[in-house]
Design a protein around this ligand. Structure first.
Ligand SMILES: *[C@@H]1O[C@H](CO)[C@@H](O)[C@H](O)[C@H]1NC(C)=O
Length: 269
């Protein structure tokens, strides 16, 4: 919690998603890296102008995703280029993170190190699950050794439990949060079943009461259900900030400002 509070200054911080346009090498790449960079900068500026607390960059349009062993260096290189540009406009006191799909946890750590970023969202971590891109194995031991090797210890690693778009029946007899603490996670992310799907508010309460880790909500927070998640340590919001609440649409500035005004009215400080 101390490491978390060093970076996240509010009681409940709002982390906005910057979903990068498809990158070189992926089927939907439209041909211009410059456009990817300028769109990411524009979205980030819109978020910052509306009082967002933090930014998380993700290669969300790189469908269909591949597992990390199939990620080409062009993905890391392009994301590093984008994040280096965003670093110039995101104030140092705002948490700034990256997720590389799918399961590109070392790639994310290396970009975070190169661009002085604060956190990554890691897939896998403990146990294993079957995701839509295939079998995702545990990797906590590997990525935390990698973090130490590249001297990126100040980059926090947030880890999904029961990650969305994945099957977990084989680990359903395990209390996963305890393993996350044992394996040195810096924060646990709770999601619904898919992108835009709300997390279970009862599970948030159970998690907050049972683990000493920061708990982040990773999907499905809206203006209407915000009150159910206000006791999380951070909310990662993507879909709600887009037109009609659809993740693949343009940002809707009014939705962002309404959301931020509402959360500011909760006296959580
Ligand atoms: C939410 O979680 C609680 C506690 O694990 C469970 O009892 C309940 O069925 C869940 N609700 C839904 C809608 O899945």
């Amino acid at each position: 919690m101390k490491r978390f509070k060093h970076i996240f200054h509010k009681k409940c911080s709002v982390i906005a998603m910057v979903h990068l346009d498809a990158l070189p090498g992926s089927p939907l790449f439209a041909g211009s890296v410059e456009n990817i960079v300028s769109n990411a900068c524009k979205e980030t500026e819109t978020y910052l102008n509306n009082g967002i607390d933090g930014i998380l960059v993700e290669n969300m349009h790189d469908v269909p995703y591949v597992q990390s062993q199939h990620l080409g260096p062009e993905v890391t290189a392009t994301m590093c280029r984008v994040c280096a540009e965003l670093r110039k406009i995101i104030p140092r006191e705002k948490p700034f993170g990256i997720q590389v799909l799918a399961g590109g946890n070392r790639e994310a750590l290396s970009v975070a190190k190169a661009c002085s970023m604060n956190f990554i969202r890691a897939e896998g971590f403990v146990f294993s699950h079957i995701a839509d891109e295939g079998f995702t194995d545990a990797n906590a031991g590997i990525i935390l050794r990698y973090r130490r090797n590249i001297q990126a210890d100040d980059v926090l690693v947030f880890t999904d439990i029961k990650k969305k778009h994945s099957s977990h029946s084989i680990t359903s007899d395990w209390k996963l949060p305890r393993q996350l603490i044992f394996f040195l996670s810096d924060g646990v992310i709770l999601t619904g079943a898919t992108t835009g799907d709300p997390a279970n508010a009862t599970e948030l309460k159970l998690l907050k009461d049972s683990v000493q880790l920061p708990v982040l909500i990773g999907s499905g927070v809206t203006l209407a259900n915000l009150k159910d998640y206000i006791h999380a340590d951070a909310l990662i919001v993507g879909s709600y900030f887009k037109k009609e609440g659809k993740w693949n649409q343009q940002l809707d500035e009014k939705r962002i400002s309404d959301f931020m005004k509402k959360i500011d009215r909760y006296d959580l400080k």
